[in-house]
Write a protein that binds this ligand. Structure first.
Ligand code: BG6
Ligand code: MG
Length: 217
């Protein structure tokens, strides 16, 4: 395989936003009168905002009408936005910048494929928007991961066939999305929890392109 493009998930791959999502969702759970644990929060990784809310409501055994559901999603996002306002480039996960620069220097195209509707804001806070040739975020897709739409759109905009794309993902739904799109995929995190990736790495520290090319040669 010749890697022509790398597609990156944002949350949990480029930056660790999971704790901000968690605190925001926990505040909603607190207001609704039930406990939402960090373990429960794991179920929300890679999942869209509205699906996350549905999972949260199931955990709390709460049923709400459509209007309340919309209001809760807006409220959660307002909490989340208040946390990420103060985000800085120092929060970019170790090795990410070096790896992105190495890809660029080697002529490999770079895309972002994220469920988050806040992707552009976060990329700007981290000052790395220009490192991506294309950004496909939650505002641009109608089908959430594990549907491959976000990655297929990224590949199409880059003009690269899915089989020449390598996806980096920290969530099972994202790995499944890459697979469903016929792409190669490297998981970021713990191999015990991430299934069906070609390889699973802890992060980008000490990772370089030669290493990855050797895995796919
Ligand atoms: C994903 C996160 O990247 O984006 C999920 O892993 C989150 O936890 C989803 O729910 C949607 O994010 P946002 O910023 O649009 O609420
Ligand atoms: Mg993620």
């Amino acid at each position: 395989m010749k890697i022509k493009a790398c597609l990156f998930d944002l949350d949990g791959v480029v930056v660790d936003t999971a704790r901000y999502h968690y605190i925001a969702w926990k505040r909603i759970a607190d207001q609704l009168g039930f406990y939402f644990s960090e373990l429960d929060n794991e179920k929300l990784k890679g999942v869209s905002r509205m699906e996350s809310l549905d999972i949260l409501l199931r955990v709390g055994k709460k049923e709400v009408d459509i209007k309340t559901r919309e209001e809760l999603a807006i409220l959660k996002n307002s909490y989340y936005l208040s946390f990420i306002q103060s985000m800085t480039p120092g929060e970019i996960l170790p090795g990410v910048i070096e790896f992105l620069d190495e890809l660029r220097n080697n002529g490999i195209l770079i895309g972002l494929g994220s469920a988050s509707k806040n992707s552009l804001l976060i990329l700007d806070k981290l000052n790395i928007r220009e490192k991506f040739d294309v950004v496909i975020d939650g505002n641009k897709v109608s089908n959430a991961k594990p549907d491959p739409e976000v990655f297929l759109n990224g590949a199409a905009e880059l003009g690269v066939s899915p089989s020449d794309c390598l996806v980096f993902e920290d969530a099972q739904a994202g790995i499944d999305a890459a697979r469903n799109g016929g792409m190669h995929c490297i998981g970021i995190g713990n191999p015990e929890y991430l299934k069906n990736a070609d390889f699973v790495i802890p992060g980008f520290l000490k990772m370089d392109l030669d290493q990855i090319k050797s895995w796919y040669s």
